[in-house]
Design a protein. Structure first.
Length: 465
């Protein structure tokens, strides 16, 4: 029997258990952002550790950090073979708004959807990233049990991706020797569709800012003072409106200076990826789209930088009406960055400009949150080629390279600190609602991943020779 046949037979006969184990993992609310869930987040790390041990990994440990721990494990079968480092995260986004979930976020159920006629598991973290991370644990089990493991493997599963991976940065700096490998493989991105495989070759960077605009020293009666005193909320809105012009270009001086210019040929190549604007609009309930002039929708959300308000608050938002002129207004503003923009530099440019456009009737405080460097992978290195060959075999068509709009800030640091390139072999769909209510992950996608990963190992070992 061929290796592939052995592997597929093992997967088939363990299908239900593979699903049940993921469902159990999804029941634990590992919300890294919310300290109320610290115990559950730790418990999730312990569950991952237990599963790695069961699958046959050695030296499995929970590595404490200043925040949520990293789970490490490895299987070194032969020091002369190449080593694949698997990265993933066991933490999840907060599930709110809860009332928009059709079933509770931590009570996983399988339901059919338009894009997932075979069913999808609905739960927070199903796709991002527990479901995708766990494919690697199961693929490893499959390779161990069928005696087909062809590379050494190391696992590094963290618990702080959704809050910026700041402690993981320290961890990788302190563990360079232990993390030595030839390539990093990450399943935390997506494919175009279940019949249109793709591999992510770019991630955007990030600068995330919080702003506070202060006017009068206390909330005022909006009748007695209104019209004579600058209203911080009105002023904040005007300032935000000034951050983009009528062509949707960001107005911060110097913002575009370092933006990578992509050639017409490369843009034409990218435009070949199948895309329906009508289906796109329909999927998010829009009658029209909006964005930077001169670029297509796919360019706007991949090769171009952005600026978006993520939240805005201040004044009275409770029931009924309260006539108040607020003392303060706040907003959280994110900028997605592209090569070769620098997150710290962009944060500084933002701060300087934002302060410069404030009228003298208010004072402004700007606080940067976490950032991240953009990342692009070449499509001619062994890691990419191994993923391409593996996916071509399991999907029956060659995957298309695409740049994604999302961010995984640690990936650029993997290259800087460990000198390792990452292969972004994800299996999610944009419609899987990550970070939104009703997040789900296709049963098809879960098993497609488990089937593809062993082929990646086989191909990578071959190409490294
Ligand atoms: N897995 C996502 C990123 C992603 C999803 C990239 C789909 C490409 C395609 C990751 O968990 C994530 O949500 N990242 C955050 C950044 C982080 C600093 C909070 C993001 O992109 O907002
Ligand atoms: Mn993720
Ligand atoms: Mn995420």
């Amino acid at each position: 029997m061929s290796n592939t046949a052995k592997i597929n037979e093992y997967i088939l006969s363990n299908k239900q258990r593979f699903l049940d184990e993921l469902i159990n993992l999804l029941k634990i609310p590992s919300i890294s952002a919310d300290s109320k869930y610290n115990k559950e987040t730790y418990q999730t790390a312990e569950e991952v550790k237990k599963r790695l041990v069961e699958a046959g990994a050695d030296n499995v440990e929970i590595c404490e950090t200043k925040g949520h721990p990293v789970v490490y494990g490895e299987k070194i079968i032969d020091v002369n073979l190449p080593t694949v480092l698997i990265y993933g995260h066991y933490d999840v986004q907060p599930p709110d708004p809860l009332d928009l979930w059709t079933s509770p976020p931590f009570e996983p159920v399988i339901k059919k959807t338009e894009n997932h006629p075979e069913g999808a598991i609905f739960a927070r973290g199903a796709c991002d990233d527990k479901g995708q991370m766990y494919m690697h644990v199961k693929a490893f089990e499959v390779m161990m049990k069928t005696n087909t493991l062809s590379c050494n493997v190391k696992f590094m599963i963290e618990g702080e991706e959704e809050i910026g991976s700041e402690n993981l940065e320290t961890y990788i700096k302190e563990n360079k020797e232990k993390l030595k490998a030839d390539v990093i493989v990450i399943s935390d991105t997506g494919i175009i569709a279940n019949d249109i495989p793709s591999i992510t070759v770019g991630l955007r960077g990030l600068s995330y800012m919080e702003v506070e605009v202060t006017g009068p020293n206390r909330d005022l009666h909006s009748g007695l003072y209104g019209g004579a005193v600058g209203n911080p909320i009105n002023i904040l809105c005007e300032m935000i409106a000034k951050l983009k012009d009528d062509k949707n270009k960001i107005t911060i001086p110097g913002f575009y200076d370092k933006v990578e210019i992509i050639s017409q040929e490369e843009r034409a190549e990218m435009a070949k990826a199948p895309f329906s604007l009508e289906a796109y609009k329909k999927s998010i309930g829009l009658t029209d789209i909006d964005g930077e002039e001169g670029y297509t929708t796919n360019e706007r959300n991949s090769i171009r930088p952005t600026l978006d308000v993520n939240g805005i608050w201040g004044g009275y938002t409770g029931e009924g009406a309260k006539t108040v002129l607020p003392s303060k207004a706040y907003a959280k503003i994110s900028m997605r960055l592209v090569p070769h923009q620098d997150s710290d530099e962009i944060s500084d440019l933002f701060t300087e400009y934002f302060k410069s456009i404030a009228p003298s009737s208010v004072s402004v405080k700007v606080t940067p949150h976490h950032g991240g460097t953009p990342y692009v992978t070449p499509i001619d290195f062994s890691g990419y080629l191994a993923a391409k060959n593996a996916m071509e075999a399991t999907f029956g068509k060659a995957p298309i390279p695409v740049r994604s709009g999302g961010s995984i800030p640690i990936v650029a640091l993997f290259e800087q600190v460990l000198g390792l390139k990452s292969v972004l072999m994800g299996f999610g769909l944009d419609s899987d609602a990550i970070h939104s209510p009703n997040e789900h992950y296709g049963v098809f996608n879960y098993f497609k991943g488990i089937e593809t990963i062993p082929l990646f190992f086989e191909q990578f070992a071959k190409l490294q020779k």
